[in-house]
Design a protein around this ligand. Sequence first.
Ligand SMILES: O=C(O)CCC(=O)C(=O)O
Ligand SMILES: [Fe+2]
Length: 259
Amino acid sequence: MKSVSENYSLTPNNIEEFTNKGHILLRGVASKSMVETYRPIIFNIMKEIEKQSLPLSQRSDTYKRAFLQSMNLWKDESLKKIILAKRFAGIAAALLQTENVRLYYDSALYKEPGGDATPIHIDPFLINPHKVITMWMPLINLDEGLKSLIFLTASHKFFENGIPPIRIINQAIRKNLPLESYEGMERGDATFHIGSIVHGAPDNPTKKMREVLTITYYADGESLNKPNGNKILESHLTDFFSGLKPGDTAKSKSNPLIL
Ligand SMILES: O=C(O)CCC(=O)C(=O)O
Ligand SMILES: [Fe+2]
């Protein structure tokens, strides 16, 4: 079994592709045996989340119809090793071209059979999104109609702080940038995307759960921006940067330095 700390070799081409497009697919980021080790633990957590949720047919919120979600998995002793794996964080740091990264958050995103599409969006972050990166890793093979994320390639270059995301998304769409997704992802393959990119995911028309683990990192040394009245960002301040305030260097107890 490939150790979770064994380095993954990236080529200069990988880094150039990521910088230009804002996203990349990397094969075999986690070994199959690593996935087999951790998948059942996450599966059981998600079973509980499912039990506590309304049936899909009774949910009206767009994002609640798109997936079941559980965050802060790294605080579970049995999952710490995979979430804080140097192998994953090493890729994130290399793609961001930075020395070291900290954890922003982790998230299991389980798109149920019949689950809706994840709308096209730019994720909200309290940190300069050009310094934030997300690993998106399926824990099952994406076949029989299960799909990867969809990226508006190079749309990260349109990001401007203070401009509402919907305007950035519209601008990027008007430029006719290519929409790209990745075929044939297997369990343990992963995409990485920059925090400033426009992306979404198709619905789940299959009878299988789309089991995905995501880990979001940022370059060590970044500081916190103001939430500016954004409710989600206000919750990030309490949930992921507890004890810190805007302007502070982003390094709370919840943001371990990984490398
Ligand atoms: O998995 C999904 O459906 C959405 C994931 C996403 O938007 C993200 O990881 O930033
Ligand atoms: Fe997202």
